[in-house]
Design a protein around this ligand. Structure first.
Ligand SMILES: [Zn+2]
Length: 132
């Protein structure tokens, strides 16, 4: 059992999302409170726009491209909620890579568990199998 910091209710551990950066590996607020929060202040979306450097967003992106990008982020959110494993959108070619600079375009995006993305850091690896 774990107490939710928001609603202060004691809930079973599967009522909390997984967060690999915390000590017990779980969010401090329960899924319900977490959902309510992200819906209310849309912090999630704001973070995304801020974390993408302008130079990585090509001016030639079309409406369709933006829709595709939105879909990738929606997919990572849905996967996080469905599996309880924190998923993030990964740039296959990292935007801050040492030798290459990837672009914030649909073809350079994919959804991976956050743990995998952290391990990969800003490196480009030849095959998926080497890090998945
Ligand atoms: Zn709660």
């Amino acid at each position: 059992m774990k107490e939710c910091k928001d609603c202060l209710q004691l809930k079973s551990k599967d009522c909390f999302y997984v967060r690999y950066t915390t000590k017990d590996g779980l969010y401090s607020v329960c899924k319900e409170c977490h959902k309510a929060k992200t819906k209310a202040n849309k912090k999630y979306e704001r973070k995304i726009t801020v974390s993408v450097p302008n130079r990585c967003v090509p001016p030639w992106l079309t409406e369709n491209d933006w829709e595709a990008i939105k879909r990738v982020y929606a997919e990572s959110k849905a996967l996080t909620e469905q599996t309880g494993v924190y998923h993030v959108v990964d740039h296959i070619y990292p935007m801050r890579g040492r030798t290459v600079s990837g672009l914030h375009v649909p073809s350079n995006l994919r959804v991976v568990p956050a743990v995998v993305n952290a391990r990969k850091a800003n490196k480009v690896l030849d095959t998926e199998e080497t890090w998945v």
